[in-house]
Design a protein around this ligand. Structure first.
Ligand SMILES: [Cu+2]
Length: 397
């Protein structure tokens, strides 16, 4: 929906722009003129029905209440204009002099109350349906981080089967206007959340740091991700496809850089993908007890360094002092290993150094630690295995 609304926003801006050019003081009425002239259709400006049962009932609710407002507006304004015209002074109107009318007061209290009750019925029905997360076919934990989302696929007992991070994939060049912006600018990720079509998916929403909000407009769902609290949501999407949303809570500097992308897959394709991810996760778990050669650690370490560390500490390990310290020849990367592991696992609170203890597994941390201790002329001569990291992390608890 993000794209459609983007197109719509651009169009509105354009229209307002044209309106302003032609009539500096009245851009909005100009929009009304364009509407009635058919230059834009009401559909283009209206809320869209979305792709789920919930989003459609929200849309129906919106339309129902819209028409109730239209009827009330028409009745009230017609009565007012008719009265003004009919009882004008030039026709010699004589004002009525009565005070208080119990019957009238009862009518103007009861009528709006009845209208509100009538509207509350469908609204409450939809609201209850939105919160009915039970009877799900599968569950995914959605965890907000500054500034990315983590998706954990849960089994029937709600234990994590596997998980991954979904990072913004828009290149920095586009953000800084050095290259043309792509079609899905700021609405694209390296790995989308994948769910099957036609199955009830329950989302458990929480956050690791500050309040975020997980929002997919086309599904008609949105919920705050609050640290320490588990909120839940559900959806059933009938049509496979790619749906885009955003973090809808002002969550810090890069708030606009943590999009939500959901790929809804055909059920059989989803099952195949899921089985393959479970096998890969199993292999990763086995890696935790493996012993690697120094060469293997360097290769894997360089890969992880490239995707998690190099943007700040630079590929050549020289960093951008003083904000991002150099690792080449640094006291940490060439000193006592437990201190080096401490920085990687727990981060440096109050600085830009994130804690990677829950973003990377022990095998990945071992590889990147070994790499940092042996790249760019660093040469501590030690070797860091996954079990060393497991030991270090269990020693902390
Ligand atoms: Cu956020």
């Amino acid at each position: 929906m993000a794209r459609v609304s983007e197109v719509r926003n651009n169009k509105i801006e354009q229209m307002i722009g044209e309106g302003v050019k032609k009539n500096r003081r009245l851009p909005l009425p100009w929009l009304g003129v364009m509407l009635s002239a058919g230059t834009v259709t009401a559909d283009e400006l209206n809320m869209t029905p979305g792709v789920t049962e919930i989003s459609r009932s929200i849309y129906d609710l919106h339309m129902l209440i819209f028409w109730v407002c239209v009827v009330i507006g028409a009745v009230v304004f017609s009565a007012m204009f008719w009265s003004l015209f009919q009882h004008r002074k030039s026709r010699g109107a004589v004002p009525a002099l009565f005070h208080e009318s119990t019957r009238l007061e009862v009518v103007w209290t009861l009528a709006p109350a009845l209208i509100l009750i009538v509207m509350a019925f469908p609204a409450t029905k939809t609201l209850i349906a939105m919160y009915d997360t039970g009877g799900e076919d599968m569950a995914v934990e959605v965890r907000g981080y500054q500034w990315k989302w983590q998706y954990k696929y849960l089994d029937d007992d709600y234990n994590a089967t596997f998980d991954f991070f979904s990072n913004l994939s828009t290149p920095r060049d586009q953000i800084e206007n050095r290259s043309e912006k792509s079609e899905h600018y700021l609405l694209e990720v390296d790995e989308p959340l994948r769910i099957p079509a036609n199955r009830k998916v329950r989302f458990l929403i929480t956050s690791e740091d500050v309040i975020h909000s997980w929002w997919v407009p086309e599904f008609g769902i949105k919920r705050d991700a609050v640290p320490g609290i588990l909120n839940d949501l559900w959806t059933i999407v009938e049509e496979p496809g790619i749906y885009r949303g955003q973090c809808a809570e002002l969550c810090g500097l890069d708030h606009g850089f943590m999009p939500v992308v959901v790929e809804v897959m055909e059920e059989s394709a989803y099952d195949a993908w899921f089985a393959q991810r479970v096998i890969a996760a199993q292999a990763r778990r086995e890696a935790l007890s493996k012993v690697f050669s120094a060469e293997e650690l360097m290769v894997e370490g360089e890969r992880i360094y490239g995707s998690f560390c190099a943007s700040c500490h630079q590929p050549d390990g020289k960093g951008i002092p003083p904000v991002f310290p150099a690792l080449k020849g640094s006291a940490i990367a060439t000193g006592v290993r437990s201190e080096h592991l401490d920085v990687i696992v727990n981060g440096r609170p109050g600085t830009s150094m994130n804690a990677f203890g829950n973003q990377l597994d022990a095998a990945e941390i071992a590889a990147v630690t070994h790499y940092e201790r042996h790249a760019w002329g660093n040469n501590t001569g030690d070797i860091t295995q996954p079990r060393d990291v497991v030991e270090f992390m269990s020693g902390q608890e």
